[in-house]
Design a protein around this ligand. Sequence first.
Ligand code: ZN
Length: 174
Amino acid sequence: MRPAGRSSQERLWSRPVKVQDKKVIAIEYTLKDDDGQLLDTSEGRAPLVYLHGAGNIVPGLEKALDGAEVGQTVDVTVPSGEGYGSYDESNIRNVPVRKLPEKRPALGALLQLQTEAGPRLALVKALRGDYVTLDFNHPLAGKTLHFNVKVVEVRDPTEEELAHGHAHGAGGAH
Ligand code: ZN
């Protein structure tokens, strides 16, 4: 889909090549922890596509990519405070099993739960009788993130993408 009122020639002429706010960015990435363990990668799938400056990715990575050019590789270490936040013990809760949709949750399982704050993932940390101990921290909370990122495409967003605040299409939201 093409933004209304702009010809394809104009689009070519104004084609952005640098990562900047309100552009849709496609990246290939590898994410490792402090020990060099692989946490996540786009390898073997479509690049990740996001709307820059909209908080679609962690703040530390978004900042590091700002101004990068298509084809450029960026190595960045992101502290947890600019990543998925610090690990918070108060995000660990004891919940009666009867309140869960899953009546026999397995230890180590990741449950998708509806909470007062919206849908959340919770890790089953312990099972004690009628109670289950759930960890609502993000799995990457408290971790220093080591990203290796290659910018593969920068394009203008559609009006719909701007309105939604995220990118559509392969590798994007929905
Ligand atoms: Zn959308």
